[in-house]
Design a protein around this ligand. Sequence first.
Ligand SMILES: *Cc1c(COP(=O)(O)O)cnc(C)c1O
Length: 378
Amino acid sequence: MTNDSALKPATLAANMPGNEPADGAVVPAWQPATTYENRAESGFSYLRGDGPVFADAERRLAALERGVGALLFASGMAAADAVFRSLPAGSHVVIPEVMYWALRGWLHDERSHLDLRVDMVANGNAEALRNALKPGETTLVWIETPANPTWEVTDIAEAAALAHAAGALLAVDSTVATPILTRPIEMGADIVMHSATKYLNGHSDVLAGALISARDDEFWSRVRNCRMQGGAVPGTFEAWLLVRGMRTLAVRVERASANAQALAERLDGHPGVVEVLYPGLPSHPGHDIAKAQMQGGFSGMMSIRVSGGFDGAAKVAASTRLFRQATSLGGVESLIEHRAPVEGPDSPVPDDLLRLSVGIEDADDLYQDLAQALSLIQ
Ligand SMILES: *Cc1c(COP(=O)(O)O)cnc(C)c1O
């Protein structure tokens, strides 16, 4: 018998022991019931609280992230919302300047309603984080690494040590790294958040989110209550599809990372490209930290800044065929997006930046597609 806790993420994602249906099927069953008889041995009662498909997905997520428990949510934003809503009223929180733009915008707009004081610090800058922390008042440090869409890298162990010294929790949006490349709880993080809409599901057909906790403590029970009362759970079929998608997580992430690495190297120095932003390039400022805390690749996400400023970027985004011009990321198909017009005037993102979600197609086909689009602006 293998020791399950020693199993590697690729094995846990594809074939986790302990989840077999009683009838011997090798895939999990879909159970759509919203309510359970009171005498049920399973302990399930009403689907807003829990259900077998959620529990299955959550066991897999907790094992993959080396946490004690996981909770599924209706979306990544619903998962993040539950973390911030579970903090004590009047809390001070520290977030990065570059992060998922909708979450930054929501925190900025709603901070007084949420009764939170929010400070932003430069990504990956330990000195700035140390200075922003207010011991006894800061309850949460939120980081995202690599950070969407410029892919700055934050040292998770260092951020955890600083947060804990100030009495705060560290939460990590690990949507882009996935548990295949990085496991933040092993580095000291308290909470890991995913937009499961992205790599975890991987097929651009499920909206879902997840939180994983390092400890079963009072904060985690507040988060659990917040989900149960607020009801931000996915549908049972979405949760089932998420488990189905997660079974190929390792091969998808490895292939997307290898493709992104190949593209980053070929585009670096291309005459239509001003800069390639990818932690897998040795010239990237976060490369050494990324190398230490990401295993097996640097993710399928990268950005390029192109010649011709805003108009050049708009032209390239409109001229690719394989890279579909669309938002979101982490699917098997490649996507391209001009971020500045999406994020608006308050965004720190440069005008000429194109975000690439590199899929699992052939790397040479992807390069040729970008090269023909870039040839239009040279
Ligand atoms: C998409 C995304 C989110 C939000 O997730 P939804 O599932 O769209 O609500 C949060 N963080 C990151 C890094 C994302 O890419």
